[in-house]
Design a protein around this ligand. Structure first.
Ligand SMILES: *Cc1c(COP(=O)(O)O)cnc(C)c1O
Length: 373
């Protein structure tokens, strides 16, 4: 192999649409309005329609999106929110910023997604204090939304879907972000839909929730300069919105390209020490393609020695990180979560990745001589 293979490439995403993105940026500069203007409104409408929700609301980042969704639902100090410890720390950051506390359910061991059985145990043991459920569609695969919505409806608890890694993912034909009261999204540059800086959004089909989130986005203003409620500042800017509209037009094709790379991995990987999920992947948009190995660190080093990028999502679960190691957050043991952090590895995955590179990765892994144990 002659060239390094990156784990992902926001630059390749820009280069694939450079002319259109440059035009959008120039037009925005010339328009003279730079924050919450017509481009944001246009992107909100397009994105909501693309997802299949009625309303979209552009925000400063994905962490804010989750926080604002929870606040709009009335979640605050003293409340509990059932979620997963196997996520970006941002999931817990957003919950804590409302004043509420996360309660972590364990994951199922096949995909690393929140286990509905664990959610139900938390609801059974913590009664009315759990005020929301936040499933995370990790790596681009939907959590089991049938089971989760059934449990949520039985207990009368709203769901906010953390879709930061799952733009366009679906479960039984329905798009991620349309099951719960809100879907929250991040447009950080490495996500399936990435800006050229920070960005985020929520989608909802409830006009009242959309309005409450809108007030929270900008100082609680119903009309300018008059704060009806206490809000903050989480505005999306016009440059990001203009670029996001350009990229949204390609998101479906990009997700299909990710699926083609995943197909190469699924068909080609054949190493006894590397577990690959080859079951049903309908609706999976492959934000990451993860494999599992008992000798993950050695595999990671092997790939690094061949200049193949790989990342660990995540080396520590949220409840294992010093800031979130509060015993109250993990009232039940999380053995699947803790085992997952030691075994998971994310292979190179981005829409512009050449298929030949994916085949190089397959060959490199299949040729790996795992150290004797
Ligand atoms: C990226 C991410 C977020 C946070 O989004 P930011 O835009 O970085 O604030 C939240 N949840 C998950 C699962 C993520 O991957």
């Amino acid at each position: 192999m002659t060239h390094p293979i990156p784990q992902c490439s926001p630059l390749a995403a820009y280069q694939a649409q450079a002319a259109d993105i440059d035009t959008a940026i120039r037009e925005t500069l010339a328009a003279g309005r730079y924050v919450l203007g017509p481009r944001v409104a246009e992107f909100e409408a397009r994105f909501a329609q693309w997802i299949g929700a009625t309303h979209g609301l552009g925000l400063a980042n994905g962490t804010d999106a989750l926080e604002i969704a929870l606040r709009a639902l009335g979640i605050g100090a003293g409340d509990f929110v059932a979620t997963t410890s196997m996520s970006a720390v941002a999931t817990a950051v957003a919950i804590r910023k409302t004043g509420a506390s996360p309660l972590f359910a364990d994951i199922e061991p096949q995909h690393g997604l929140i286990d509905p059985v664990g959610i139900e145990s938390l609801l059974a043991s913590h009664g009315g204090r759990i005020r929301a459920i936040v499933p995370v569609h990790l790596y681009g695969r939907c959590a089991d939304m049938d089971a989760i919505m059934t449990i949520a409806n039985r207990y009368g608890v709203p769901v906010v879907e953390d879709c930061a890694q799952a733009h366009g993912a679906s479960w039984n034909g329905r798009t991620a972000g349309t099951f719960g009261a809100f879907g929250s999204f991040s447009f950080y540059p490495t996500k399936n839909l990435g800006a050229i800086g920070d960005g985020g959004a929520v989608v909802t089909s409830d006009p009242d929730l959309r309005e409450r989130a809108r007030l929270l986005r900008e100082y609680g203003w119903k009309t300018r300069y008059i704060s009806d409620i206490e809000g903050g500042n989480s505005r999306l800017d016009e440059l990001q919105a203009g670029v996001l509209s350009v990229k949204l037009a390609r998101l479906h094709d990009d997700n299909m390209a990710r699926r083609r790379i995943a197909q190469v991995y699924r068909e080609g990987l054949a190493h006894p020490g590397v577990e690959v999920f080859r079951g049903d992947d309908t609706g999976h948009v492959y934000h990451q393609f993860v494999v599992l190995s008992d000798q993950r660190d050695a595999l990671h080093a092997h790939l690094a020695s061949l200049e193949i990028g790989a990342l660990v999502h995540y080396p520590a679960a949220i409840h294992q990180q010093p800031a979130y190691a509060c015993a109250d957050y993990a009232p039940m043991p999380l053995p699947n979560t803790e085992r997952w952090t030691t075994r998971v590895l994310s292979l190179p995955m981005y829409p512009q990745m050449p298929i030949a590179d994916a085949k190089c990765v397959v060959d490199a892994i299949n040729a790996w001589s795992a150290p004797a144990r």
